[in-house]
Write a new protein. Structure first.
Length: 384
């Protein structure tokens, strides 16, 4: 399947789940539905998510993460050594803590509760998606730095892994096996999701960002200081992708879901270290006004790297962008990055956690605007 030469379109990962899928999940969880029936619901939801994206004209599709409780919690369901629990089990005041720090982590939480073993994480999802679509498929995977912050618990995990870094190393080993399987099974794009690195945009030298504060209170972890946190993230990801770079397109997604109080600054704040990460594409949130100016990131993007530019908002379902608005947004970076290295995507997934409600019809409309904008850009920069 050949891709357009420039302004390729994709989603970040997750797609709004139909209400019937959420109902089925709740029934399955409470023992009122058997596995086989629930699997049929999941298959149907994936078919629908892919068809929505195909009809909107996307070049590269995902399975919409329909099988996952959240973009990170599903690690707890699929990899041996992890489990998932409700946030209240980690701390009875979990919801209050998230509210206080304005950092809503997903309600289902992964926890390291044993020795981490090689397990199928996403290759089963890819195989099914390939049965129902001929489009190139992107697979998203929770990045090791994210998984460390979101799953190592000071009491529950320390008998197996005394330090969070030890659990992260063990996860890296399992992740490498899965990346190899995904490549073998024909993934077009493997994206490591790293919001915990993205969140560091709001951190200070000794002051953790909102999400690390919540994770510290729920899991009992400690912030290492900004420089060391960035370095740890870079090292862990590089270890995970070492040697795979030429056989598949590797990317990393950065987001931070800003609040009204968040500073106006983008992922350029993590440079130059973030560019030491051995991935080809940075899929970055830049439509949100709190991200500042995408030119700041584009200007310093190394010439061998691509940008997946956040061009569509995923937070406000009441407003759909115009084609012209998206074209203008993307054109801000054309003077710095060759169109063949620019991809268009929404800022983030439309439903990173399964209970996040976002009307599917609006998500489809937004994608249509984005693919139309990409078409206009390809006409205008025909030489690319
Ligand atoms: Zn995101």
């Amino acid at each position: 399947m050949s891709l357009p030469r420039a302004f390729i379109t994709s989603v970040v990962g997750s797609w709004p789940r139909p209400n019937w899928l959420i109902d089925a999940f709740d029934k399955f969880e409470s023992g009122q539905m058997d596995r086989r029936t629930f699997d049929q619901y999941l298959d149907d939801a994936v078919k629908l998510a892919i068809r929505d994206q195909e009809e909107a004209g996307l070049d590269v599709v995902t399975d919409g993460e329909q099988r996952r409780t959240s973009f990170v919690a599903f690690v707890g369901q699929k990899i041996k050594g992890f489990k998932i629990v409700k946030a209240e089990e980690l701390n009875p005041n979990a919801r209050e803590i998230m509210k206080r720090h304005k950092a809503p982590l997903t309600i289902w939480r992964p926890v390291v509760a044993g020795y981490i073993e090689d397990s199928v994480l996403a290759v089963d999802e890819l195989r099914y998606a390939k049965q129902v679509s001929t489009k190139p498929i992107k697979v998203t995977l929770p990045s090791p730095y994210l998984v460390m912050w979101e799953s190592w618990h000071a009491k529950i995990s320390s008998p197996y892994y005394p330090r969070p870094e030890d659990a992260a190393e063990a996860y890296v080993k399992a992740l490498r096996r899965e990346i190899a399987r995904l490549i073998e099974s024909g993934a077009a794009f493997i994206q490591l999701d790293e919001p915990m690195l993205g969140d560091l945009v709001e951190a200070g030298g000794d002051e953790p960002d909102r999400y690390k504060r919540v994770a510290s209170e729920l899991y009992g972890q400690k912030y290492r200081g900004l420089r060391d946190e960035i370095q740890l993230a870079v090292d862990l990801v590089n270890e995970a992708v070492q040697g795979f770079g030429t056989s598949v397109r590797l990317g990393m997604h950065l987001d931070r879901w800003p609040t009204d109080e968040s500073p106006v600054v983008g992922y350029e704040r993590l440079a130059p270290h973030v560019f030491d990460i051995k991935v080809r594409q940075y899929v970055v949130e830049y439509k949100h006004p709190k991200m500042g100016n995408p030119e700041e990131f584009a200007k310093i993007l190394p010439p061998d790297k691509e940008i997946g530019l956040g061009s569509i908002d995923v937070r406000d379902p009441k407003r759909v962008e115009t084609v012209e608005e998206v074209v203008t947004h993307v054109e801000r970076i054309v003077k710095y990055v060759d169109p063949t290295r620019i991809w268009l995507n929404p800022d983030c997934g439309f439903a990173p956690g399964m209970y996040r409600a976002f009307p599917r019809t609006v998500a489809i409309e937004k994608l249509r605007v984005m693919t139309k904008a990409a078409g206009k850009l390809r006409e205008k920069y025909w030489w690319a």
